[in-house]
Ligand binder design. Structure first.
Ligand SMILES: [Zn+2]
Length: 108
């Protein structure tokens, strides 16, 4: 079965009224509307809070604007900084991300 970029995406919802993206909510977090449209994220995001230990999860803001918690696998804790780009990876049992390869960065 060929792997496609779509497989690593993440389903979320976007409010039909105000456009606020949300993840696994029954109501829009901004206007409390229940009228949410299904949408698909590419699964690419930015770490907003690094994991505090090897057991804990990072907080990742997806490019589409909603926030999820997940483990960053394949990286030492100290290597996961706020602002680090991560990509959702296929993992059957938990939300998991990998660090994106960085071609250019602020630290040379
Ligand atoms: Zn709304």
């Amino acid at each position: 079965m060929p792997a496609t970029a779509d497989e690593a995406g993440l389903d979320y919802q976007r409010c039909r009224w105000c456009g606020t993206p949300s993840y696994r909510r029954l109501l829009c977090p901004t206007c409390a509307s229940p009228d949410l449209a299904d949408a698909r994220s590419e699964g690419i995001g930015i770490v907003t809070r690094p994991p505090q230990s090897s057991q804990s999860e990072a907080v990742v803001q997806l490019l589409e604007g909603f926030t999820v918690q997940g483990r960053v696998i394949g990286a030492l804790n100290g290597a996961v900084h706020p602002g680090a780009a991560v990509r959702l990876c296929l993992h059957p049992e938990e939300m998991a991300f990998r660090l994106c390869p960085v071609g250019e960065g602020p630290r040379g």
